[in-house]
Design a protein around this ligand. Structure first.
Ligand code: 5AD
Ligand code: SF4
Length: 477
């Protein structure tokens, strides 16, 4: 766990750099643009980058073309993100030529040596490269880039400390994400995350609870607890005897859920992503007991075939996954589930894929995030010889998509006529008088409402269904 004193010193150093840059920028009306790729953890990191940028005198703009500071917060979980970054860098070069903008690239992709090499070689106009563990040093990097006009690479080993306490500018006023742990120890054989985000490290219970309390005071209603493997929160620390300050009885993910559930003002708690192998009974009980914890659980399946799961190093079988789902359904009233599935992992046969479809049919997920397997250099999956041809991957993906969409359609119909608790998030973008919110199961609902409904949980009767949203009418409020 982190050294509190060292953390404070580092934060103060960065706050000094924030002041220095703000002084240089004073009166210049500079702007910044940020592009965030990938998962909610990256979005949360981007909120921190925005907080720092704004305190340094930059105002956010929606178009890269108008920006004096251009930040790319990258992801490397699948290949297409790289092509996207290279495309965007071409655009950024033109903006730089026009207004001498500073270009910074951070995030997971920068932890890969082949990527930083490629950027040095092919995109020499980039000013700052920073990694996932040097994000907090962005003010210092920016100051140096401005004052020395030199190219800066600030990428640390992947197990760096989590530095707390820098400014943050949140995207939303109702929902907020709170990172509870960083890194991953699982090494699923398709996944690059353990190589770029390092080993698991949990944040101190006190820091998390205080952040949630602070968010509640600011009026936030929904908290999403984030981590690559949330349900092994504090596991490494407990196993290795690494000391952390005891707070509110928190010593595991289950006890963290219970503590967050007690924070006044928070209405809803979600979490992503847990690992099925770590879904212990105490977590199931905490979800059941805590009224604020949503009963939609994201439970990544990845594959329904025991053979493929073994090669993926997931450490559960098809049967164990289905048994876990059964146990959860028995113990948690109104449980709904969402999942991640990869199709076309090396060696996946037609029979293996049928097993995936079988699990999807049996579990009847509320939402399925589907991915075509993407080879990641440095992972065991990339070295496997029995790669699945692209046309088969795509065919399987389309079949899975068809099944999932037919299930969602059916489920949506079941919502019609029911009354759902909806947390009102804001005005809908298309119509002045309509508002949007979400059910406990994370379905978008659109309905006529009033400004004062925002931030409240209301009973909404579902009137009609569409593929990606439901229409409703407020019953109370
Ligand atoms: N190819 C395709 N999908 C992947 N995921 C992770 N690595 C890969 C990969 N190499 C998916 C997994 C994970 C989600 C965040 O991204 O399903 O749960
Ligand atoms: Fe990747 Fe597996 Fe870790 Fe998730 S649990 S981040 S899929 S290695």
């Amino acid at each position: 766990m982190k050294n509190i004193e060292a953390n404070k010193v580092e934060i103060n150093r960065q706050l000094e750099y924030i002041k220095k840059v703000a002084k240089i920028n004073d009166g210049k009306n500079y702007t910044y643009y940020i592009l965030t790729m990938g998962c909610q953890l990256n979005e949360n990191d981007s909120e921190k980058l925005c907080g720092m940028a704004e305190q340094m005198g930059y105002t956010k703009v929606a178009e890269m073309n108008d920006a004096d500071l251009i930040i790319f917060n990258t992801c490397c979980i699948r290949e297409n993100a790289e092509d996207r970054l290279f495309g965007k860098l071409g655009e950024a070069k033109k903006v730089k030529e026009k207004r001498n903008s500073i270009i910074a690239i951070g995030g997971c992709m920068m932890q890969e040596k082949n990527m930083t090499d490629k950027i040095h070689e092919s995109y020499p106009f980039v000013d700052i490269l920073f990694g996932t563990h040097t994000l907090h040093k962005f003010p210092e990097d920016l100051y140096k880039a401005i004052t020395t006009n030199k190219k800066l690479e600030d990428i640390l080993d992947i197990d760096g400390e989590i530095i707390e306490g820098l400014p943050i500018k949140r995207d939303d006023e109702i929902k907020a994400s709170v990172t509870i742990m960083n890194g991953c120890n699982n090494f699923c054989s398709y996944c690059i995350v353990p190589y770029v985000r390092g080993r698991e490290r949990s944040r101190a219970p006190k820091d998390i609870i205080e952040e949630v309390r602070c968010l509640a005071k600011q009026g936030y209603k929904e908290i999403t607890l984030l981590g690559q493997n949330v349900n092994s929160y504090l596991r490494v620390e407990n196993e290795k005897g690494i000391e952390y300050e005891k707070y509110e009885g928190v010593s595991s993910f289950a006890t963290l859920l219970r503590a967050v559930n007690k924070v006044d003002g928070i209405e809803r708690i979600r979490f992503v992503s847990p690992h099925p192998k770590d879904f212990t009974d105490d977590v199931i009980e905490a979800i059941r007991d805590c009224d604020k914890v949503c009963k939609l659980v994201h439970l990544p399946l990845q594959s329904g075939s025991t053979n493929v799961l073994k090669v993926m190093n997931r450490k559960y079988s098809k049967e164990q996954y289905l048994n876990l789902v059964e146990k959860m359904k028995e113990n948690i009233p109104n449980l709904t589930l969402s999942t991640d599935i990869i199709v076309g992992f090396p060696g996946e046969t037609d029979e293996d894929f049928e097993d995936t479809l079988d699990v999807v049919k049996k579990v009847n997920f509320e939402q399925v995030y589907m991915f075509i397997y993407s080879r990641r250099a440095g992972t065991p999956g990339d070295k496997m010889e029995n790669q699945v041809p692209d046309n088969i991957k795509h065919k399987r993906f389309d079949r899975l998509k068809e099944l999932v969409e037919s299930q969602i359609e059916k489920r949506n119909k079941e919502y019609v006529g029911t009354i759902q608790k909806v947390l009102v998030e804001g005005k809908s973008k298309t119509n002045e008088n309509t508002y949007t919110g979400r059910t406990d199961s994370n379905k978008v609902v659109i309905f006529e409402g009033k400004e004062e409904n925002i931030g409240k949980v209301l009973d909404v009767k579902i009137i009609s269904e569409h593929m990606w949203y439901l229409k409703g009418a407020i019953v109370n409020g």
